[in-house]
Ligand binder design. Structure first.
Ligand SMILES: Nc1ncnc2c1ncn2[C@@H]1O[C@H](COP(=O)(O)OP(=O)(O)O)[C@@H](O)[C@H]1O
Ligand SMILES: CC(=O)N[C@@H](CCC(=O)OP(=O)(O)O)C(=O)O
Length: 260
């Protein structure tokens, strides 16, 4: 029987709110499974860019990342945000270790090729590159890896990479070694049948239901790439994929994805 590994992803909405971030980390520290955490921070990065006079640009949920933007998001994700999350976990007795994809050659990516859109320094993860040996060693040593949304290309170039995609790639790569549970945590209680009704959480979704809800417009915006990533992970052998409220990870209300 393989050991359970729970991989959590938190987004910019939670990271931006110090009290909510603390509450999430406190709940996370109560779990006695092996744990990894991936954090975004897109909302705060956009604010910082604006404060510095750079207009943030997103296309299909991905940030157009020129050289100046890359410098700032690297400082924000791999610096301030990553270290705050690590310090927060240490406070609750979790021995967290902050990482970008460059550290320990954890995750390599390739600069996204220019087609209709030039995304600049945005990385698409090379799926085979996830350093599963390093991650297993860290987990066995009792450490909790905390990844930010920065990867590298192996030739000295840092790349900005969507945090949902990092979480999904880590989950897939580690599936041969653990029973991996992938938890996408955000500010709602799960996938909602009506995004305006907080109580309309759908407890379970099949790929067929997802297509219907997407076609009707009930599932939209950032939830679409998130669920695309989530179903892809399930297809690739991840044991369990959950969409849930970051403040209620130890409560039963949540959305669980089904294979069929
Ligand atoms: N059916 C739905 N259920 C829940 N959220 C939805 C739904 N449709 C659209 N959304 C939106 O998707 C957002 C989550 O995606 P995103 O902002 O990318 O999250 P994060 O920054 O946490 O990765 C929610 O805040 C919500 O506004
Ligand atoms: C390429 C790309 O879009 N990178 C993302 C990385 C951060 C992220 O994914 O943050 P959330 O999870 O909070 O959205 C960005 O810069 O916004």
């Amino acid at each position: 029987m393989q050991e359970v590994l729970k991989i959590f992803k938190i987004g910019g909405g939670i990271i931006d709110d110090a009290a909510q971030l603390q509450q999430f980390l406190r709940e996370l520290a109560k779990l006695d499974n092996k744990i990894m955490l991936v954090h975004g921070g897109g909302k705060g990065a956009s604010q910082m860019l604006q404060d510095l006079g750079i207009e943030p640009r997103m296309v299909q949920g991905r940030r157009i990342t020129d050289a100046a933007t890359l410098d700032i998001v690297t400082m924000f994700y791999a610096g301030k945000t990553n270290k705050q999350v690590v310090a927060g976990l240490q406070q609750y007795g979790v021995n967290a270790l902050g990482l970008s994809g460059a550290d320990g050659n954890g995750i390599r990516a390739s600069k996204r090729p220019v087609k209709e859109i030039d995304y600049g320094f945005v990385g698409d993860i090379d799926e085979q590159s996830v350093n599963t040996e390093l991650l297993q060693r860290l987990l066995t040593a009792g450490l909790t890896p905390v990844f930010c949304a920065i990867t590298h290309d192996g030739n000295g170039q840092l790349l900005n990479t969507n945090a949902d995609t990092i979480a999904s790639s880590l989950a897939r790569a580690l599936s041969p070694f653990y029973q991996v549970e992938l938890h996408f945590c955000f500010e709602k209680d799960g996938v909602l049948a009506d995004v305006a009704d907080e109580a309309s959480v759908i407890p379970q979704i099949t790929p067929g239901q997802y297509q219907e809800l997407k076609a009707s417009g009930a599932i939209a915006a950032g939830m679409v790439p998130k669920l695309d990533n989530a179903f892809a992970a399930l297809e690739a052998g991840v044991e369990r994929v959950v969409i849930e409220n970051a403040l209620k990870i130890n409560q039963p209300v949540k959305t669980i994805l089904c294979r069929s």
